[in-house]
Write a protein that binds this ligand. Structure first.
Ligand SMILES: Nc1nc2c(ncn2[C@@H]2O[C@H](COP(=O)(O)OP(=O)(O)OP(=O)(O)O)[C@@H](O)[C@H]2O)c(=O)[nH]1
Ligand SMILES: [Mg+2]
Length: 439
């Protein structure tokens, strides 16, 4: 996701870091690179123009030559304006009835499933319902998702109109005291009057707290054209961008705020139920600028490793007791966090390079198999693993002795690295702003 932008920005930022003195010419050169990066990533032309203008004005007003570190100041300007372009402050989803609208196949129903999961995990009471009466399969799709996530699905007898369903679902949600009622609507191939009229009347009836436009990021700028029509008629309050995991260049994410005046609130990053992320402009800007998305990464890790487990493990590492049982646990945690390339993409500086590396998920499976073929005693005390034991382990896991050696070596290195890390006593606190990169 956003790899292209990250890669292209990387070039401009690299140039910035390599300069000793930041002259006006260099500022212009860097801004030209930034401009190209944005245009190539399919960011709306007007958005690019105004972005560059704002950064340049900021640079002039600040008088970079007077700054103790002109490079950092300039980079901060780029960062700040990027955050602004992406929507500024992250805004939460208002409680109440949330109406999802958009063209056919953009991911409305799937996203409602994901979002109901996301909100339920946060402890909210969620219900979903579908007004897509033209296609019974569409309602069934939502019902299945609701069953999977275990949130309430409001189904009604056949033959009701979309409006009647909306009304009943709304009334029931009030009675049930739900925090969020997520209301699905039918999609169309093109913006058409009948659909717009139906949506308008649903809106009037349920007075939604949010009207979320679901857009397919792969469609690039054209996704925004129809969004404008929806916005005029319905007054959107936010956008959910789906398929950000695909080959989308990501430009839409940067164009939404300026084009519509509302922000992206969530992004879909895969087909699975947990593949949804709230959209944090500051974190995304950090990611694009190659500063990594440390915060999101931490959240992911914290979710996968329960606090007390993590503490026990840290304590064991410090005492030099980190053994292969612990490693096995770690492998399982990592696996439970989902595809590794997604995870690593959030790390500072790695995102852009990652494009060329193929993360070998099989490696983890192999490691797991090897460790599982060891006896408990061996896992607790890897020192006793001699040649004949290695042969037995290799055979048991369907690998070779050299594979076993690799795992053992990796374990030793990991143990050392972890110890070093914890010995640094206090891990540096993560700064909110990217002041990190003085050479
Ligand atoms: N890769 C990927 N696929 C997605 C994402 N969101 C949705 N999809 C896929 O997009 C397809 C369409 O999704 P739906 O949720 O049925 O779309 P819809 O907007 O409800 O479609 P209609 O009801 O026909 O208008 C499905 O195959 C989803 O799995 C995403 O974030 N990433
Ligand atoms: Mg649907």
């Amino acid at each position: 996701m956003l790899e292209l932008l990250t890669e292209k920005f990387g070039k401009a930022i690299g140039r910035l870091r390599d300069t000793r003195k930041l002259t006006e010419k260099q500022v212009n050169d860097i801004l030209r690179d930034v401009r190209t990066a944005l245009l190539e990533a399919d960011v709306d032309y007007d958005v690019v123009k105004s972005f560059i203008k704002r950064v340049r004005e900021k640079a002039i007003n600040q008088d970079l030559s007077k700054s103790p570190s002109p490079q950092d100041s300039f980079l901060v300007s780029i960062y700040e304006e990027l955050v602004e372009t992406l929507g500024g402050q992250k805004k939460d989803l208002e409680k109440g009835t949330v109406l999802f609208v958009g063209l056919q196949g953009t991911g409305k129903t799937t996203s409602i499933g994901k979002l109901s999961y996301y909100l339920k995990e946060k402890g909210y009471k969620v219900a979903v319902s579908s007004t897509d009466v033209r296609r019974p399969a569409a309602m069934l799709q939502l019902q299945r998702l609701a069953e999977k996530v275990q949130v309430e699905y409001y189904g009604f007898e056949e033959g009701l109109t979309a409006l009647e369903i909306a009304k009943r679902a709304y009334e029931r949600s009030k009675r049930d005291g739900v925090d969020y009622l997520l209301l699905d609507t039918a999609g169309r191939l093109h913006v058409d009057e009948e659909l717009m009229e139906e949506l308008r009347r649903i809106k009037e009836l349920v007075k939604p707290s949010e009207v979320i436009y679901v857009a397919d990021a792969m469609q690039g700028q054209s996704a925004l054209e129809s969004a404008r029509t929806f916005h005029q008629l319905l007054g959107l309050t936010g956008v959910l961008l789906t398929k950000m995991d695909g080959d989308a260049k990501g430009g839409v994410a940067l164009s939404v705020k300026e084009a519509l005046g509302v922000s992206v609130k969530f992004i879909g990053v895969g087909e699975k139920i947990e593949d949804i992320e709230p959209f944090y402009p500051d974190r995304i800007a950090q990611r694009i600028l190659g500063l990594g998305d440390i915060q999101s990464l931490l959240e992911k890790v914290q979710k996968a490793i329960p606090d007390d487990e993590a503490q026990v493990m840290a304590y064991r590492v410090m005492k030099g007791e980190f053994d292969l049982e612990d490693l096995l646990k770690q492998i399982r945690f990592i696996k439970s966090m989902g595809p590794l390339d997604k995870l690593l993409g959030m790390l500072p500086g790695i995102g852009a390079e990652l494009k060329h590396v193929k993360i070998n998920e099989n490696m983890f499976k192999k490691m797991e198999a090897i460790i599982l073929s060891m006896t408990k005693q061996e896992r607790r005390n890897p020192k006793i693993i001699n040649m004949s034991r290695k042969q037995r382990i290799a055979k048991g896991s369907g690998t070779t002795v050299s594979d076993v050696n690799k795992v053992l070596k990796e374990y030793e290195e990991m143990k050392k690295a972890m110890k070093r890390m914890l010995n640094a006593r206090e891990l540096p606190r993560l700064p909110k702003m990217p002041f990190l990169f003085r050479k």
